[in-house]
Design a protein around this ligand. Structure first.
Ligand code: FE
Length: 243
């Protein structure tokens, strides 16, 4: 099948954090139910996201390199490193800061997942998932890490399947989108083809229920696969709130 290549847009968020954003992009794509935001970030020491409020959704931050410190008004203060993840449930409201370590750029992905209307008022919460707790499976020519899904301790209130796939030269990986899911693949680094569509770092292809897909790396690549069950409710995002 033919996939449409969708390019992220370079922007700046927070206090001087560099972001490649897939969505929301006004006039282009505001969300992809149940997903509200996808930012591929690079945060230099000294830059970051000082204290700010959120409500109405859950977020997963996954780190490729460097460190990310989360500090919130619930009393959590937690740092994760490469291959680790942080999940917060904003629910009825949370305030937090997200800042890199002092030594190196923090590079990773932040994903926002909507909460259904009946769960918007959930108590806020936070979960740290160290790299050692994320299941990793070797495949031919690479490996797959399950950030959200079978075997991962990371808990969300939406059915989500979220993988990191790392492939060496000329390796292949494929999957089928679950019958209740929709989502996308996103190329973090390297080059690869999805079917006959050539992808570069920062590109995505959207996937629909039941799609069978296969990716082929050329000189190696790192990609994220993210699908979930849509809530089929309006996604009303106002800055850092999703009501
Ligand atoms: Fe935040």
């Amino acid at each position: 099948m033919t996939h449409i290549r969708y390019q992220s847009v370079q922007t700046r968020e927070g206090d001087n954090a560099e972001v490649r954003r897939l969505f929301p992009l006004p006039g282009r794509l505001m969300n992809y139910d149940p997903f509200v935001l996808w930012d591929d970030f690079t945060v230099r020491p000294g830059a970051g996201f000082p204290t700010h409020p959120h409500r109405g959704f859950e977020a997963v931050t996954y780190l490729f390199s460097g460190e990310m410190q989360h500090r919130d008004n619930l009393g959590n203060h937690s740092t994760v490193g490469p291959g680790g993840a942080q999940r917060f449930t904003a629910g009825s409201g949370i305030e937090h800061s997200e800042m890199p370590g002092d030594e190196a750029d923090a590079r990773g992905i932040q994903l926002w997942v909507n909460l259904p209307l009946r769960l918007k008022q959930l108590d806020p919460g936070y979960q740290e998932i160290p790299a050692t707790e994320i299941p990793q499976q070797d495949i031919d020519g690479g490996y797959v890490r399950t950030i959200v899904g079978k075997g991962s301790p990371l808990r969300l209130h939406t059915d989500v399947h979220y993988l990191e796939v790392v492939l060496g030269d000329n390796a292949e990986y494929g999957n089928t989108v679950d019958e209740t899911h929709q989502g996308f693949i996103y190329l973090v680094a390297g080059d690869a083809t999805l079917g006959d569509t050539q992808l570069e770092a920062g590109d995505a292809c959207f996937l629909e229920t039941g799609n069978i897909w296969q990716i082929q790396s050329q000189s190696g690549c790192r990609l994220m696969v993210c699908t979930g069950t849509p809530h089929r409710e309006p996604i009303r995002q106002h800055g850092t709130f999703v009501d």
